[in-house]
Design a binder for this molecule. Structure first.
Ligand SMILES: NC(=O)c1ccc[n+]([C@@H]2O[C@H](COP(=O)([O-])OP(=O)(O)OC[C@H]3O[C@@H](n4cnc5c(N)ncnc54)[C@H](OP(=O)(O)O)[C@@H]3O)[C@@H](O)[C@H]2O)c1
Length: 274
């Protein structure tokens, strides 16, 4: 496994996303992933599958210290009391004393960073999170959060795939020394079948999904594709034995102009414009 490093945190470059995986499908996916080379699993209190993730960890037989587990506190739980409750519930669900990475899932515009960020920092000070970070933060939000944080924010988890231009937020994250973790790295199923990705994949004996993941790896970010399909799970990890050329990277980068945002809920911030 390769790693993306930020502020002393080593994030495995490929992880398993688990949003929408429920009940035994989730348990089996997490267990299978951990037994087959994955060491990074992404969940969230909001996904309603932390118990199943925890069951998957235990059934895998993999040692706790060999796993990197991320969970998140959502935007309606960012007051100090609710934050604490959400985190404690996540740890109880997972049956873990700590997670490796705890993220603010989405900001809440009605709760200032001077209120939400100290709760995040407290989680680290209390030993309930080894590292803390954010998700879906814009360039402006990153500056504001960094102005009040007492702990390094190690990552910004954002939507990233070839069909979206995230250059500004990527640069802002890097400016703060943060890692970027790409969610929806397969553009939620819109990558397979896309002409350029299929053609480039064919030239390397790889699938379009693998090309998308390799594009992200070469852009220096971590990615958390979600799948419960064993062949896809294996393929998504098999992206370290080929290199996209400069022209191929340029062609994929040009697709950023599509500017297709897959995730844009009502509580989303005003995004950076490309
Ligand atoms: N922080 C946030 O706000 C946020 C938002 C969204 C997502 N996330 C995280 O990011 C993870 C990934 O995002 P996502 O689940 O929305 O979308 P995604 O990973 O881009 O796409 C998932 C889809 O891609 C397919 N797929 C996966 N690997 C494939 C392969 N090798 N070949 C062909 N198809 C493949 C899956 O189908 P199969 O099941 O058939 O393989 C599934 O339909 C989530 O699960 C979650 O953990 C975070």
């Amino acid at each position: 496994m390769q790693y993306v490093e930020a502020h002393g945190c080593r994030i495995p470059t490929i992880g398993l996303g688990t949003m929408t995986l429920k009940e035994d499908v989730c348990v089996q996916a997490v267990k299978t992933a951990l037994q087959n080379g994955y060491n990074h699993i992404d969940t969230a209190n909001f996904y309603g599958n932390e118990k199943e993730n925890g069951e998957g960890f235990r059934q895998s037989g993999v040692k706790r210290e060999d796993m990197f587990i991320t969970t998140k506190v959502r935007e309606n739980n960012l007051t100090p009391e609710n934050f604490q409750k959400s985190l404690d519930q996540s740890l109880a669900n997972l049956q873990l004393p700590y997670v490796d990475l705890l993220l603010i899932h989405w900001n809440n515009k009605d709760i200032p960073f001077s209120v939400s960020i100290p709760s995040l920092c407290k989680a680290k000070k209390d030993g309930k999170a080894k590292h803390v970070g954010v998700a879906n933060f814009t360039t402006k939000m990153l500056d504001e959060a960094w102005a009040v944080t007492t702990e390094p924010l190690v990552c910004n988890q954002i939507e990233m795939h070839p069909f979206i231009n995230q250059d500004k937020v990527l640069a802002a994250s890097k400016k703060h020394g943060m890692a970027v973790v790409a969610y929806c790295p397969i553009a939620r199923g819109k990558v397979p079948g896309a002409d350029a990705l299929e053609r480039i994949g064919k030239a390397h004996g790889k699938s379009a999904a693998q090309v998308s993941l390799r594009y992200l790896v070469q852009r220096g970010v971590s990615a958390i594709p979600r799948t419960a399909t064993p062949d896809h799970m294996k393929a998504n990890l098999d992206v370290f034995d080929f290199q996209l050329s400069e022209p191929e990277m340029a062609e994929l980068k040009a697709l950023n102009a599509t500017n297709m945002r897959v995730v844009n809920p009502p509580h989303a911030p005003v995004w950076d414009t490309p």
